[in-house]
Design a protein around this ligand. Sequence first.
Ligand SMILES: [Zn+2]
Length: 325
Amino acid sequence: MKIEPGYITEVKSNKSNIGTIIFCLVIGLISVAIVFATVILSYGRINKNVDTAQEGVTKTTGKANNSSNNNDKNEKKEEKKVEEPLAQKESFPTHDFQKALDSELPKYNEEIEKKVVGVYSSDEKQIFLTFDDGPSTNITPRILDILKENDVKATFFVLGSRVDLNPEITKRAYDEGHFIANHGYSHDYSSIYSSIQAILDEYNQCTNSVRNAIGVSNYNSHLFRYPGGSAGGPYAAIKEEAKGFLMQNGITFTNWNCLTGDAEGKNTGDDQWNYLMETAGSRTSLVILMHDAGDKEVTAELLPRIIKHYKDQGYVFKSYYDIMK
Ligand SMILES: [Zn+2]
């Protein structure tokens, strides 16, 4: 209660008012005490209820854990991971999760490993268009339009963090028959290359993002592209160490054997074209590295020219489904 200076003057000047004020103060104090007591009692009751409820949950969970094996635990962990982004993102598609047929999913075994490794040395005139670091809201849909117009399938090495932002675009790429491969989650070198377990964690995190986006609970591309490539650079040692570890977890990797340089400062269509011609040379089997991040306008502009050129040269356009299905 704020006492105005004027009020005090008035109290001093009138003796009979002092009695009224004391009476009011006493009544006020009693009221506050009653309210306080009520609040304390109610709080005690609510707390007791919460404790009881938590005990119930703990007991149930304990029971479930006791009766389940490790696989069940892992599945529960996976399910939980899958659900988290759904709850966070309002714009997330609300389709039901489904399981894809085995025949529709990428596969991995020894024979496929040989094919993935041997892709560069094939005598077949073939070309794999690959796009890293997407999906983006502006460039990826343009690239998808161009691929559709030309009836060409490509491979997208998506970032989980970008997939979470653009699930509808990821789903569109998947539905239109393109191969959704894995480029990790963060693209933050110091984080992803902090340990081999961190690399696997980022792979799994990206896989979960893709599963959420496309609505297929058992999707796994089995195909990773190391951010910055699988060799060299300051993280060369950990990348090398990770290869066997990822393979044990059913994950292979691929790089590229030619590129437009769209992430290396080749900023005009002609510069990118010349760089591609230079790096592709006269190879029969081409894995072209490009990017569909938000600033890759030139990549989208150049794509029709690349497709026309290699179609005219008699190359067959392929995605990694042609190797891994
Ligand atoms: Zn990248």
